[in-house]
Design a protein around this ligand. Structure first.
Ligand code: A2P
Length: 336
C-alpha cells in the first residue's frame, strides 16, 4: 500500500531534506502534501523531480493524512500535531515539544525501534540531533558494556538553527572578509570565525536546554535513569555536520580494539580511525550530505580505569533530523 504523507515545515532546512530522503529511499508515498506558513503558501517545493504546491498549515484539513512529519518548531508542533493525530495521522515530530512526555516514544531507529510501535497519542518524537548521533554510536556499547557516565562536548554546525542560521554564517563570513560589521541577528554574538558556548535557553542549573536534552534524552532512549551525562554544547562556524568529543566510563572495561570491532558491526555507524593525518571523520570530509554516524579517535582514557574516548561526527540535518524521521516513518509503514 502507499501512504498520504504530509511534511510540515516543507520549506525549511530539515523539511527540504525530508522530501529528498523520502524520494531517495523510495518511501511508498501515494500523495505528498507540503505545508508551511502563510508566508510560503502559493510557492512550490520539489519532491521526486516534481513541483509540489506549498499549502498554508493554518487552513489545511488533516483528514486523510496517514503520516505527518513535523519540523516547523515547537510551538507549531504543540498546536497542530494533536490535531493531525486526532484526524488519524501518525505524527513524527522533530521538535522538543513532546520528547519528555511519558506517553510519547522517543526513538532512534537503530537503538530502540520497538518503542515506535507503542504510541498512545499517535505521536512519535524524533530526538535532538546531538543525542541522535551520540546514541547511534553509544547504544551498542551500553548494551554490552554498560555505560555509567558520559562526558561530552559538542561542536554543532549552524544548520541546526535552520535556514536563517545558515544565512547568517554566510553573510557574516562575507562581511568580515570585506572589513564590514558582522551585525549579529540570529546568534547572540558573531558566529563567523568564532564559536559560541550557548545553544537554546539557559536553565536554573546553569546548563543550557540544549545540554540538558543530552541528559534527558539519553536516559529515556536507553531506558536507564542511572546514566550520568555531563554535557557542554557549543555552536561552531560549520555549515553542516555536528561533532562530539565523548568520554565514557563503562561498568565493564572496553578496550579500543573491542570498541572498534563492536562499532564496525553496528547499524548506522562507520568507523574512520587511522592514526594518520586525515584518518578521522570531520563534518566536511565525511558527514555533510551522508547518512552514517562516523566514529574516530577511539582511544583509552588513561585518566580512568574503565574510560574510553571517541570522536563522533554526523550530518545533523540527515541522521540528526530528517533521515531518522523517515526511518521512523518506515517503521510505522512496515507495521501497517
Ligand atoms: P516558512 O518558510 O513559511 O516560514 P527553518 O528551520 O529552516 O527555519 O524552517 C522552518 C520551517 O517551519 C519552514 O518551513 C517554515 O515555513 C515553517 N514554519 C515556521 N513557522 C510556521 C508556522 N507558524 N506555520 C507553519 N509553518 C511554519
Amino acid at each position: 500500500r502507499s501512504f498520504t504523507v504530509a511534511v510540515v515545515g516543507a520549506t525549511g532546512a530539515v523539511g527540504e531534506t525530508m522530501l529528498n530522503i523520502l524520494a531517495e529511499r523510495a518511501f511508498p508515498v501515494g500523495k505528498l502534501i507540503a505545508l508551511a506558513s502563510a508566508r510560503s503558501a502559493g510557492g512550490t517545493v520539489e519532491f521526486a523531480g516534481e513541483k509540489i504546491d506549498v499549502q498554508d498549515l493554518a487552513t489545511f484539513d488533516p483528514a486523510g493524512v496517514d503520516i505527518a512529519l513535523f519540523s516547523a518548531g515547537g510551538s507549531v508542533s504543540k498546536e497542530y500535531a494533536p490535531k493531525f493525530a486526532a484526524a488519524g495521522a501518525v505524527v513524527i515530530d522533530n521538535s522538543s515539544a513532546f520528547r519528555y512526555d511519558d506517553d510519547v516514544p522517543l526513538v532512534v531507529s537503530e537503538v530502540n525501534p520497538e518503542q515506535a510501535q507503542n504510541r498512545p497519542r499517535g505521536i512519535i518524537a524524533n530526538p535532538n540531533c546531538s543525542t541522535m548521533q551520540m546514541l547511534v554510536a553509544l547504544g551498542p556499547i551500553h548494551r554490552e558494556y554498560g555505560i555509567e557516565r558520559i562526558n561530552v562536548a559538542t561542536y554543532q554546525s549552524v544548520s541546526g538553527g535552520g535556514r536563517s542560521a545558515l544565512e547568517e554564517l554566510g553573510r557574516q563570513t562575507g562581511a568580515l572578509l570585506n572589513f564590514q560589521d558582522p551585525d549579529p541577528q540570529r546568534f547572540p554574538v558573531q558566529i563567523a570565525f568564532n564559536l559560541i558556548p550557548h545553544i537554546d535557553d539557559f536553565l536554573d542549573n546553569g546548563f543550557t536546554k540544549e545540554e540538558m536534552k543530552l541528559v534527558w534524552e539519553t536516559r529515556k532512549i536507553l531506558g536507564d535513569d542511572s546514566i550520568q551525562v555531563n554535557p557542554t554544547a557549543v555552536r561552531v562556524p560549520v555549515f553542516y555536520g555536528h561533532s562530539e568529543a565523548v568520554a565514557i566510563e563503562t561498568r565493564k572495561k572496553i578496550t579500543p580494539e573491542q570498541a572498534r570491532a563492536l562499532l564496525e558491526s553496528s547499524p548506522g555507524v562507520e568507523v574512520v580511525d587511522e592514526r594518520v593525518p586525515g584518518g578521522y571523520p570531520t563534518p566536511v570530509t565525511h558527514a555533510s550530505g551522508n547518512d552514517a554516524v562516523y566514529v574516530g579517535r577511539i582511544r583509552e582514557d588513561f585518566s580512568h580505569p574503565r574510560g574510553l574516548n571517541l570522536w563522533i561526527v554526523s550530518d545533523n540535518i540527515r541522521k540528526g533530523a530528517a533521515l531518522n524521521a523517515v526511518q521512523l516513518a518506515e517503521l510505522v509503514a512496515k507495521n501497517g
